[in-house]
Design a protein around this ligand. Sequence first.
Ligand code: G6P
Ligand code: ZN
Length: 560
Amino acid sequence: MTLKSATVQTTPYEGQKPGTSGLRKKVKVFTQKNYTENFVQCILDANGSAISGSLLVVGGDGRYYCKEAVEIIARICAANGVAKLLVGQNGILSTPAVSSLIRHNKAYGGIILTASHNPGGPDNDFGIKFNCSNGGPAPDGVTDKIFQLSTAIKEYKIVEDLKIDISKIGTNCYEVDGKPFVVEVIDSVENYVNHMKEIFDFGKLHDFVSGKKTGTPLKARIDSMNGVTGSYVREIFLNCLGATPDSVVHTTPLEDFGGLHPDPNLTYAKDLVDTVAKGDYDIGAAFDGDGDRNMIIGRNAFFVTPSDSLAVIAHYLECIPYFRKNGIQGFARSMPTASAVDLVGQKLGKEVFEVPTGWKYFGNLMDAGRLCLCGEESFGTGSNHIREKDGVWAVLAWLSIMEHTGKSIEDILKNHWSIYGRNYFTRYDYEECELEPCNQMISTMEKTITDPAFKGREFSSLGKTYKVKVADNFGYTDPVDKSVASKQGLRVVFEDGSRIVMRLSGTGSSGATVRMYIDSYEKDNVLGKASEMLKPLINIALEISDLQKFTGRTAPTVIT
Ligand code: G6P
Ligand code: ZN
C-alpha cells in the first residue's frame, strides 16, 4: 500500500512533562485536539535522526484509549521514517513484556501505553511512556528533552490514511513516501512466556504447583485485577504450570479494569486479601494494570512487605536457574524502601545501591553489570532479565522459593527475620491533596530538618525516644554516568537506623499525593504487630512535618 505523510500545524500544550514513569493525565486531556499527536512527535524528535529506519515496540495495558493511541503512534511513526513497529495484538503488552521484546529484538526503543496502577476508563487516567534500547524507561536527560520540545512544538508529521487491523496477528507492509514501513502485530504473551521459561525451572514449578511433587495442588489465588497480566497469567499458571483453574481470577483485561483500582496493595486488592484471609490458600498475589507491580501474601493473608520480599528473594537467589547461570551481582533498592536487602547484601558480600524512587535509576547499574536484583516499597520487584520491574516474575520467584524450602510464606519470613532482624515498615498515602500547601509543607520541613540544630535532636512518643543522626533532602549521583538527581525526598535517619521519609508522588495525574514512609529496625523483637511497633515513629513524623496543618487531613487515604 502506497501512502504519503503530511505535516500538520499545531500549538504546544502546557504540562507535557513526563513524571516518575511517563506522561500521565486524564483520558480527557489526552483526547484534546493534537495532544497525543504532539507528545508522540516530541518523543520521536527527542531521539533525533536515530528514529529514521528504527524498530520500535508499541503496546499497553489495554486501558481505555490504548487502541486509539496505538493508531496515532503508528501514523506518526510512519511519517517520521520509523522502519518497523512490533505491536501487541489488540494493543496489549504488559510493561515487562515490552521491555523483554525491546531487548530480544534489539529494538531502538518502545512506546508503552499505560497509567500503570491508576484507574482506567473514559473519566480516568491514560499514560504514554518511552523506553530506550536497553528496555528501560528513558532517563531524565531524554524525558527533559521531550518536555522542552513539547513547549515549543509547531508541527507534527502523520500518515492520515494508514489503517492497521491490530486484532490480527501478522505482518502489514506499506510504502510511505517511497520507503517501506512495516507493522508486525504479534502475540502478546509468547515472547514473555518463553523468557520466563529460560529464567525459572518450569519443570520443578509445574510439579510443585500441579501437585505432582506434594500430592496436592498448590492452593493459589492469583488476581490480575482485570489488568493486562490476565493473558500472561492464564498461559503461565494454568497452561504451563498446571494450576487449578480457580487459581487465577480477574484475568480478562478490561478497558476500565471493571471499575477496580488496579494497584496491588492492602487497600485496593482488598478482595484478594479478604478471600485469602478466609480461605484455604498457600499464596495470594496481585498485579497492577500494566503488570510491573506485585503484592505477595501468604496463608491467612500474611502480608509480605515489598521491602521484605526483595530481601527474601535476594537470600534465595541461588534457587533460580537464571542466577545460578549468570551469577549474582549487586542489589539495589529505592531510598524510601526499607533497608532489609542491605543486610542480605552485607552477608553475601555484595554491593547494595540506594537510588531515588523510579525504576529508571536501576538501569545504568544493570547495564554496567553491577546489579542483578532490585526492588521498591511501591510493590516493585525485578531483576536484570529486563529493565522494568516484573510482577509475574516476582510470583514465579516466590513459588521457586516455596518449592525450594518446602516452607509456607509466613515461615520463610520468620526464618528470614531470625537471621537478619526485621525492618518494620509502613507507608501512609494522603491522596489528592491540594498541591500548594503540600509544596509548602515539604519546603518548611526541608528547612527544619536541614537546620544544623536538628541533628542530635530527640523526639519521643509512646515511651520511645529517637535521636536524629542525619537528615537531608536525598540526592543521588549515578555511579555509572555521574548524572545527578537532587531533591528526591526528605529523610530523617535516627541513631538506631530507623527512618522517616516524606515525598510527593510523581505518578499522580491531578493534585498532590503525600507519601510518608516509616522504617523501624528491630534486631530481636521481630514478631510484633507492625502497626503497633510503628506508632511512635508515625506520631513523630506527623509532628515534624505538621502534616495535619498543611493538608487538613487527619488520616491517610491508603495505608500499606
Ligand atoms: C512507578 C515507578 C516506580 C516508582 C513508583 C513511584 O510505579 O515505575 O519505579 O517507585 O512509580 O510512584 P510515586 O507515586 O511514589 O512517585
Ligand atoms: Zn505499573
